[in-house]
Design a protein around this ligand. Structure first.
Ligand SMILES: [Fe+2]
Length: 175
């Protein structure tokens, strides 16, 4: 039976600031919170998917100083470009810098949360490209322009093919 991804638990320093960002800006809801084993340490659970009790949880017992440094990023899939554009709009006015990167197989936005954990939000393109691959994409381009530009930008890259072709081979390999 294949394992499916469920959640990440982050040690955090400033739970109020982190919860504000994850709920107000990223759209998570707090699904539960309580003290672990009745002790002093709280855990706060967040989800925005009806089938997951939590996708992210936070435990405010981080001791190290400076940016979180052992986690490159956590990534969230969105169901299409209009949902991704909704997240981009939610980030306007926040002091968060966005790095738009397409990996050929995704249109991604990379940001950092208030404690500088990396976050990727992405939607799928129709294609597969051998990884790693990446180019900056224009968040102001309309969908049709972006689609045409992305296809042209990766068409000559190794492994470029329809996403379904790659994933059906992967399914055979994993079977
Ligand atoms: Fe990623």
């Amino acid at each position: 039976m294949a394992m499916t991804w469920s959640h990440v638990v982050l040690y955090v320093k400033d739970a109020d600031r982190m919860l504000d960002f994850y709920t107000r800006v990223l759209g998570f809801q707090i699904t539960d919170r309580g003290h672990i084993g009745g002790g002093p340490n709280e855990i706060i659970f967040l989800s925005q998917h009806p089938s997951e009790h939590h996708q992210v949880a936070m435990v405010p017992m981080r001791k190290d100083e400076g940016p979180s440094n052992s986690l490159a990023h956590i990534a969230f899939r969105l169901d299409g470009m209009s949902e991704l554009r909704g997240k981009i709009a939610a980030l306007q006015g926040e002091s968060v810098s966005m790095r738009p990167t397409t990996h050929g197989n995704t249109w991604s936005i990379y940001i950092q949360d208030p404690e500088q954990n990396g976050i990727e939000m992405f939607c799928d393109t129709p294609w597969h490209v051998t990884q790693p691959a990446g180019k900056e994409w224009d968040i102001n381009a309309d969908d049709a322009t972006l689609m045409a530009w992305t296809k042209q930008a990766f068409a000559e890259e190794p492994g470029f093919e329809a996403k379904e072709a790659f994933h059906s081979r992967l399914a055979e390999t994993l079977a």
